[in-house]
Design a protein around this ligand. Sequence first.
Ligand SMILES: Nc1ncnc2c1ncn2[C@@H]1O[C@H](COP(=O)(O)OP(=O)(O)OP(=O)(O)O)[C@@H](O)[C@H]1O
Ligand SMILES: [Mg+2]
Length: 265
Amino acid sequence: MAVISTFCKKGGVGKTTFIGYIAHYYATQGKKVLVISVDDQNSIFRIFGKEDKIFEESDNYLEFLMANVVEMGDVLIEVRPNLHVIKTLNTDKLSMKLTLERSQEKVIKKIINEYETYFDYIFIDFPPSSSRLTEVLLDLSDSIIIVVGLDSLGLNGFFNTIQYFVDNDIDLNAIKYIVPNGFSLNRRAPKVSLDKLKEQALEFTPNAIVLPPMKDRSIVKNLQSDGVSVYDQLEDEAKRMTAWDVSNRNLLRDELKELFDEVKI
Ligand SMILES: Nc1ncnc2c1ncn2[C@@H]1O[C@H](COP(=O)(O)OP(=O)(O)OP(=O)(O)O)[C@@H](O)[C@H]1O
Ligand SMILES: [Mg+2]
């Protein structure tokens, strides 16, 4: 039972990709896994080719659960065996509610506690924007994983994230891992950024482990545009994917496995 969040105050750095893949990896290991999307884009569904589920049954959002209109089982959407996702409607609205009504904080804590009795892992996928809900959920996370893009904007994202934690009095020690994303062997800039990130991590989050970087691989985008997860076993793989894509997918799978095995959560 652990609540794990991926966070970064910069968009498009790979938070949802990382969380979707690690969640699926644990699910393939027989763990019961829940991903709560608090990003109203609900882009986690795209990773599993389940976009149609976002608009299906419009009362099955986290907000309706919080309002006590639906039950805990109603909002669980199965995207793979052992892997469920909860979608969110509008974080700003929810945030306003939380600001207005402190009792809503208790409600979300109670919901998470109850899910914890059933799921082995609860992952929370955040948008880069933050709200009162962000603080509440980060506060109750056992581990926070910061995903950082390896370019200058990405590094700003890391710095802004630290600033956000400090400004909102969120415990920096809860940051257990930092995942650099977008590494490339052939380009100098990501390597320089990685060195800078390691320096900054040492200064601001000395207890966090900087994981080996995720490489910039076009297969990630290809898979996501086809709604295929890296850990899917497709029976008609040879028909649906080129040999080149299959070999790159296998490479990505191995790289990610190595990365995920370093994460102790
Ligand atoms: N290692 C990678 N190699 C290539 N493409 C990647 C990689 N990681 C992520 N991407 C692509 O980058 C885009 C953004 O990724 P993702 O949605 O995971 O980021 P995010 O941080 O969750 O974004 P947001 O801030 O909008 O929630 C997606 O199109 C994804 O396919
Ligand atoms: Mg995202």
